[in-house]
Design a binder for this molecule. Structure first.
Ligand SMILES: [Fe+2]
Ligand SMILES: [Fe+2]
Length: 386
């Protein structure tokens, strides 16, 4: 379970390939002071996680528990439940929040429920894997202290995350349409400013209102604005997960742990793609432009009023795949990739700070922040063993 144990196994493997055991052992031992060649068969197992691998998995387990908590709040109010999919009838059975989300994609409530189930499975799997390797599991249940929404449909249980006072980072919407890369120093403006906003109906009053015939499914502009905020928040969360898994995978040593991070990371990408499309539908016709008559929050039509540099390309709402961008160095051609994937921009501390700066943990205790950041620092400190 230690990095040095793994190094010994790796060294043994490579020198066995190279020639006679006795001669090579002497040369290798001499060349690598401080390392001991071990020939214990029990240690020659490439699948065993290193200490760094465990730190990565523990931070990812925490991140998944956080994702599961916030997605559960979305699913209780905006999802269709975990029952078999039902045909959505726009005229009945849906509450206004679900209707508003359906305006962004007719299958939106189903996708919200599916995303939630995925996050729960990610967290459960990672903790079960940690336990199977004799490592300590992660629990954030001690921090389940925040009162959530009181709107009809909520379970009323206490939460780990806050969705009712968010500063949603919408710069990813610009970043994925840009040809520049944060890992090469680029910065990106917000696509739309969403400060101190709620992403879920906070109470029954948020759900009420007079239907606005402008929308495909008539809902009040106030709840449509809340759904639009949620759409950009979905993208921010899943983009963060996408970069996080891609960044931490570069530090993994065990082949089995790499299989886990690449496989779960692929699901984060799948989520992100849907929410790119979803949020784009909130800033084009027929939904946009519109203004929340209660809060004054306006969602322009990005096609007719591009919010960044007056150019359509940086916020074109019909784009959903990554636009090719600079990567590694200026001599190589632009390429369509996940970005960022550097420690600084996409690592565990960067992800934790992204969560924190968005207001996701408003109301949490100092101990919570300390716990989260310590897990993040330990994950970022992991080094690839070979
Ligand atoms: Fe996840
Ligand atoms: Fe996710």
């Amino acid at each position: 379970m230690k990095d040095d144990v793994f190094s010994r196994s790796a060294n043994r493997r490579s020198f066995l390939k190279g020639g006679t055991v006795a001669a090579s052992a002497a040369a290798l031992t001499a060349g690598l002071p401080g390392r001991v060649l071990a020939f214990d068969p029990d240690e020659d197992d490439r699948s065993q996680p290193t200490k760094g691998d465990i730190a990565i998995l523990r931070f990812l387990a925490a991140a998944e528990i956080i994702e599961a908590d916030l997605w559960t709040q979305y699913a209780e109010l905006g999802g269709i439940g975990s029952n078999p999919p039902i045909e959505l009838d726009p005229n009945e059975a849906l509450n206004n929040y679900q209707s508003a989300l359906s305006n962004l994609d007719g299958d939106g409530p189903q996708y919200i429920t599916s995303n939630t189930l995925d996050e729960v499975s990610h967290g459960n799997f990672l903790n079960a894997y940690l336990a199977s390797k004799g490592a300590e599991q992660v629990s954030l249940e001690a921090f389940r202290t925040l009162p959530g929404s009181t709107a009809p449909g909520t379970s009323g249980k206490l939460r780990i995350t806050n969705l009712m006072n968010l500063n949603v980072d919408t710069s990813w919407f610009v970043r994925y349409r840009s040809t520049t890369n944060p890992d090469r120093g680029a910065t990106f403006p917000q696509a739309i400013t969403l400060n101190n906003v709620t992403a879920i109906p906070r109470n029954a009053a948020d759900l009420a209102g007079t239907p606005d015939p402008q929308f495909p499914i008539a809902v009040p502009d106030h709840i449509q604005a809340i759904a639009n905020v949620a759409a950009f928040h979905f993208g921010a969360i899943e983009e963060g997960g996408t970069s996080l898994y891609a960044t931490l995978s570069q530090k993994v040593t065990s082949a089995e742990v790499l299989k886990i991070t690449l496989s779960i990371g692929g699901d984060e990408i799948a989520h992100f793609l849907e929410w790119v499309d979803f949020s784009g539908n909130g800033v084009q016709g027929p939904v946009a432009p519109f203004t929340d008559s209660l809060s004054g929050l306006t969602f322009p039509n990005f096609f007719t009023n591009p919010p960044v540099q007056n150019t359509l390309s940086l916020t074109q709402p019909s784009l959903i795949f990554p636009v090719p961008c600079e990567f590694l160095n200026k001599d190589l051609p632009d390429v369509a990739i996940i970005r960022p994937t550097s420690d600084k921009n996409g690592g565990a501390v960067a992800a934790a700070n992204g969560f924190i700066n968005s207001g996701l943990f408003i109301g949490q205790t100092p101990k919570f922040f300390k716990t989260l950041l310590q897990l993040a620092e330990e994950a970022d400190a992991a080094q690839r063993g070979f």
